[in-house]
Design a protein around this ligand. Structure first.
Ligand code: PLP
Length: 386
């Protein structure tokens, strides 16, 4: 049996999106900037995708700028807004400590160019408290960036409340909705944000296609300069097949958001309960409100990488938040920011479910895990009694 429980890393294409990608690749080869029939066919395809994505996030199609990825959307949001705001003297940026590297490393890069940056801490529930933002925000804060849903633990942040605080202080609000769009309702107006990033491959669309929603009237400096594509906001000939797939995936996701959300949440809860019941010494990380598909679980006295490999050998794909760099296991920055002890941050696995996940798969994982964990625990040396 092969089980894919790593939907937060990337998702398989929805069958309808696959169709759209194949059809566009075969038939729609014109350059969307060309005035002839072939070009206009490409442009119409992109416009359709733009409307579909706008509908998924309740924005206006004219406010959607397509990008090559969620990473580019995050870069554009932060660099584009920062550069546009810079002449006003605002030189301070805020983000949460649990952002994706696309945000964290962009802030670091701007920090090296003289921007001041503040990372908001969070509590053990995995939620950024509005109080922390109130304490950190300043009169020269240009932008606040807090992700809608976290990729490792799935917690959903109180974006509307955070946006209101940013607005009161004249700062722009960006949210990285890469892990929420297509999983839970996303409404740019209800969230009160100015900028919102998405990525197609997280909602059963193709890889290498994303978008930044930019509230009308928000001043942005393009980060890619060149032709007049995307209303002068993002240069580069559009990837029509990928955008066609993105649009169809957005429509599919929007059409069954509630039903799929409930189905997947039931599977996730069954998996989580089954693991907690079947494996002693386990705990769920991130207990605030969560997206329906994600659970992050720490396993006492087990090295996460070893368990990941043991699961892989049994056909089950999951991921760990910790990254192996220069031979040492770096604990997850998300779990560390939550203030969890080392034994929780270094041995956690993320299970993320999605479109093709089934109850049989969940039950298979619940069945094999206790044995794998027991075996690994048997291999770890017991602490010598004092
Ligand atoms: C929260 C979040 N933001 C941004 C990204 C980057 O998106 P992309 O893979 O499209 O560059 C990811 C992908 O893992 C993510 O989970």
């Amino acid at each position: 049996m092969r089980v894919y429980f790593d939907y937060n890393a990337t998702t398989p294409l929805a069958p309808e999106a696959m169709e759209a990608v194949v059809r566009a690749t075969r038939e729609i080869y014109g350059n969307a900037s060309s005035v002839h029939h072939f070009g206009q066919h490409a442009k119409a395809t992109i416009d359709e995708a733009r409307s579909a994505l706008a509908a998924l996030i309740h924005g206006d199609p004219s406010e959607v700028v397509f990008t090559s990825s969620g990473t580019e959307a995050d870069n554009f949001a932060i660099r584009g807004a920062a550069e546009a705001v810079e002449p006003t003297g605002r030189r301070h940026l805020i983000a949460s400590a649990i952002e994706h590297e696309a945000v964290l490393n962009t802030l670091k890069a701007l920090g090296r160019r003289g921007w001041q940056t503040t990372l908001l801490p969070l509590d053990q529930t995995g939620i950024v408290s509005p109080e922390r933002l109130r304490e950190a925000i300043r009169s020269d804060t240009a932008l606040v960036s807090v992700m809608h849903a976290n990729n490792e633990i799935g917690t959903v942040q109180p974006i509307a409340e955070l946006s209101a605080i940013a607005r009161q202080h004249g700062a722009l609000m960006h949210t990285d909705a890469v892990q929420s769009a297509g999983k839970i309702p996303v409404d740019v107006h209800a969230l009160g944000v100015d900028l919102l990033s998405v990525s197609a491959h997280k909602f059963n669309g193709p890889k290498g296609a994303g978008a930044l929603w930019i509230r009308r009237g928000t001043r942005m400096q393009p980060i890619l300069t060149g032709g007049k594509h995307e209303r002068n906001r993002r240069a580069g000939t559009e990837n029509v097949p990928a955008l066609a797939g993105l649009g169809v995936a957005a429509r599919v996701a929007a059409g069954k958001l509630e039903v799929e959300g409930e189905r997947i949440a039931a599977l996730r809860d069954r998996l989580e309960e089954g693991i907690l019941r079947g494996v002693p010494g386990t705990a769920v990380n991130g207990i605030g409100p969560r997206v329906p598909n994600t659970t992050n679980i720490s396993f006492d006295r087990v090295e996460a990488e070893s368990l990941l490999i043991a699961l892989d050998l049994e056909g089950v794909a999951v991921s760990t938040g910790s990254a192996c760099s220069s031979g040492t296991l770096e604990p997850s920055h998300v779990l560390r920011a939550m203030g969890l002890p080392a034994h929780r941050t270094q041995n956690s696995l993320r299970f993320s479910l999605g479109m093709f996940s089934t109850q049989d798969e969940v039950d298979y994982v619940i069945e094999i895990l206790p044995r794998l964990v027991e075996k690994l625990r048997g291999l770890t040396r017991k602490p010598v009694p004092a």
